[in-house]
Design a protein around this ligand. Sequence first.
Ligand code: P6P
Length: 337
Amino acid sequence: MQPNRFMTIERHILEGEKKHPHATGELSNLLRDFAMAAKIISLEVNKAGLVDILGFTGERNIHGEEVKKLDIFAHDMMLAALQHGGHFAVMASEEEENIIHIPKGMSIGKYVLLFDPLDGSSNIDANVSIGTIFSIYRRVSPEGTPGTLEDCLQKGVNQVAAGYVVYGSSTIFVYSTGFGVYGFTLDPSVGEFLFSNDDIKIPRKGNIYSINEGNYKYWHPGLKRYIKHLQDVDNLDKPYKSRYIGSMVADIHRNLLYGGIYIYPEDHIHKTGKLRLMYECNPMAFIVEAAGGRATDGKIRIMEIQPKALHQRVPIYIGSEDDVLLAEKFLREYNNL
Ligand code: P6P
C-alpha cells in the first residue's frame, strides 16, 4: 500500500481490517480515539513554550520524579479520549500508582490499556523530542465486571496492539497489531495523521548504539566489552555511531528506521534497569519484533517476562536482531569474569 496524502489512519485501519478478518472494528475505533488524543497532545507540546504549561507542577509522581505540567495534561487527554468509548475494562498509567477503573456510567469493554503519557518529559523545556507509548491487551477477568490488576499484569506476548507517538520535528504515530508496523505523519494543516511509512522493517544489523555512557563506571564487564567492541576501529571496518537523545521513543524510532541498538542495562546503580516493563518496554518490544527486530533483558525476551508489579523496571536491549544477539553474547561470555 503506497503512502499517499489521502490515506488517513482511519482509512488505513479500516483497509487493514479487510485483510485481517480477526481484527474487530473495536480495535480500529480505539486506535482512532488514541490518534485523537495524540493530535491534542501534539498541539500542546508544540506550543508548550508559548503558554504557561512549561516547568514543573511542584508535585512529584509516584516514582518521586518531578512532574511537568505537560505530563499531567497528556495523562488527562489520554483518559478523556479513551475512557468514554466503552472499549476498555481498566487502564494503567505511569502517572498513577494504581490501576484506573472506568468511571461509573461509562460502559466497560474488553480491552486493557497501559500507557506512558509523555516519556522523556525531562526534555520538554529543551524542545527535545518526547513521546507517548501505549500497550493494549484483551481482558482476562470476566466480561462486564470492573477490570482488575490481573488484567494489567499480562506477559507482553499477549498484547493485541501497541504504538507510540514521537513529538519531534514532526509528529509521527507508529502502531502495530502484530501484522506489520505502520507510520503516520501529522499534517497540522488538515489535522490528520497521513500514511507515511508502509510495513516498517528494521535492518537486521545497524551501526548505531544508544546508551547513556555517563553510567560507564557502573556497567558490568560484558557490557563494557560490548561497547568497546563497537568502538574498535581495528575490529570493525568502521566504528558504530553513538546516538543518545535521552528520550527512549525518539531513540528507538530512529533505530527502527536506520538500524541499531538501544540499551538501558542493569548496572551497579540501576539493579533492574530504569525503564518500565508494562508501558515502555513491552509495547516497544511488540513493535520492534513486528518489524523483525529483537528485544530482551540481556537474556530473555522482554515479552516473555511474567510481570509482578505495575511499575516494575527491567533492563532492555532492543533493536536490530544481530546487534542485540551480539550484545547478549558479550554479556554471557564476560559478565562472570
Ligand atoms: P537517563 C526518560 O526519562 C527515559 O525514561 C527514557 O525515555 C530515556 O531513554 C531514559 O529515561 C533516559 O535516562 O538515565 O539516560 O537520563
